[in-house]
Design a protein around this ligand. Structure first.
Ligand code: PMP
Length: 281
């Protein structure tokens, strides 16, 4: 495997960053995971838009032009013979003596890697997955795709320890924010598709944005609003979305099955339509 690190293409095993990189010391950086299908980046423009936005919210500049970034991504894809999987991009503020305030005049550090993934298992699609709920203990700017992911790792670990696939994080007011690395969706008892509003409380998933367009085209009625865990327990369907999981049905939330415990029909219809959309691109 080949990694791109600050201007160089290196064997993955030799690639490294400086011990005083602010990403390492302060999690002072942002990232993107861009899916790759048939060797091509999916929704590249939206991912680069989100990267630019995350950086600007933290007063950081793009490490290179968008065009250059696209070329490096294509080169990483090619050098890794990647067909289906994802490209990981991470930008940190750079290397400086440890001091909390933003240092002046340093260059951002950038790492780009690629990974091949297996197609989603048929068991996941036939049976759906389980989620475990945990309190959302994160900061208040979850819209920034920061590499500070410790609460997300803790949530996912708690889920996996109970045999669940993902964690759903819940606010003190009882509303679900999102998964540890996925957005959360339900289809209510009344058949309405619901996902949380994309404000500072969640990361606005690129898959989320695409799926809302797909839902509109398919004539599925939807609402962007917070929903409570109680509402999710009573829902007709539930699913999660992300660049690596696309649309994945959820059939258990904590110790309760979602409706009859089978993937929902709206979920599977949206999943097909979404996969068509990204294949067509
Ligand atoms: N929420 C969180 C916290 C995430 O880390 C991710 C994955 N990047 C998502 C949602 C889903 O976003 P996307 O569809 O862009 O992968």
């Amino acid at each position: 495997r080949i990694a791109y690190v600050n201007g160089q293409y290196l064997p993955h095993s030799d690639a490294s960053v400086h011990i005083e990189d602010r990403g390492y010391q302060f999690a002072d950086g942002v990232y993107e995971v861009v899916p790759v299908m048939s060797g091509k980046l999916v929704d590249e423009a939206r991912h680069l838009d989100r990267l630019e936005r995350s950086l600007s919210e933290l007063q950081m500049d793009m490490p290179m032009s968008r065009r250059a970034l696209q070329l490096v991504c294509d080169s990483v894809i090619e050098r890794n013979y990647l067909t289906n999987g994802f490209v990981y991009m991470q930008v940190t503020r750079g290397v400086a003596p440890r001091d909390h305030k933003f240092p002046k005049g340093i260059k951002p550090a950038i790492v780009i890697t690629a990974k091949q993934t297996k197609p989603q298992s048929t068991a996941v699609l036939e049976d759906g997955v389980a989620v475990k709920t945990v309190p959302d203990i994160r900061w208040r700017r979850r819209d920034i795709k920061s590499i500070s992911l410790l609460p997300n790792c803790m949530a996912k670990q708690a889920a996996v320890e109970e045999g669940a696939f993902e964690a759903w994080m819940v606010e003190e007011d009882g509303t679900v924010t999102e998964g540890s690395s996925t957005n959360a969706w339900i289809v209510t008892k009344d058949g309405i598709l619901v996902t949380r509003t994309a404000d500072h409380d969640i990361l606005n998933g690129i898959t989320r944005m695409g799926l809302l367009e797909v839902a509109a085209e398919a004539g599925v009625q939807f609402e962007e609003r917070p929903f409570t865990l109680e509402e999710a327990y009573e829902a007709r369907e539930a699913f999660l979305t992300s660049s690596t999981n696309h649309v994945t049905p959820i059939t258990r939330i904590d110790d309760r099955s979602v409706a009859n415990g089978k993937p929902g029909s709206v979920t599977m219809k949206l999943r097909e339509a979404y996969l068509d959309r990204i294949a067509r691109e």
